[in-house]
Write a protein that binds this ligand. Sequence first.
Ligand SMILES: [Zn+2]
Ligand SMILES: [Zn+2]
Length: 257
Amino acid sequence: MVYDRLFSTQHWLRRALQHLSHTALVSSLLRGHCLLCGAATAWREDFCPACEQSLPFAGAGCRRCAAPLTGAVSGAQPCGECQKHPPAFDRTLAAFAYAPPLDRLIQGLKYHRQLHLARTLGRCLADALAAATPGLPPPPERVDVIMPVPLHTGRLRRRGYNQSLELARPLAKQFGLPLDYRSLRRTRATPPQAALPVKQRKHNVRGAFAVKGEGLAGARVALLDDVMTSGHTVNAAAACLRRAGAKSIEVWVVARA
Ligand SMILES: [Zn+2]
Ligand SMILES: [Zn+2]
């Protein structure tokens, strides 16, 4: 009698587990959740269709610095600022404008240790790079190495990670390009650009970078950062790469402010 009851409990339990494995468990494994609103999404989808539509995909921008172009300005010429002060980099490609709701994800990655967002945002940038460059060969044919904009060691220690390096990992993987996060270094601890008035930002990062080693002669570099605002940080880094012999420099950013 006791044996019967035990057997029937085991049997029931096994049936229940089998049932679960065919329904809730499997579908929960095959589903994700939208990073913005939490709604269930299809497997491997990071956003629900409504949130995906609400993302601020980058529009037409200056081909040199990706600043948004307004009105009658044509995309064939660099923007006024780039004509007046040509930057040290050749081209900038951005996946998004720095605007809601995407800014939340970038802040989550940068300030709240949500490192899983690097995979999503890095993949979005890779998709944008693969799609949005008419007239250009694909990234692996025009770039030799990806270099994330480095943090100063003090800030790296406090934050525990460099968000630009985390963003660069999925891109390097997708394009089969080497990732070099050692050659370019930040030699000076500078206040965060966002904390400074625009006029002081250029001075703040001037001479803040150095290149270690001699391996950059003739290299075609993609310099990667999360957000580009004034462009002074990537410009200072690009100027340093240029002095170290880099042949061409593209700037890749997730978002352009
Ligand atoms: Zn959503
Ligand atoms: Zn420009």
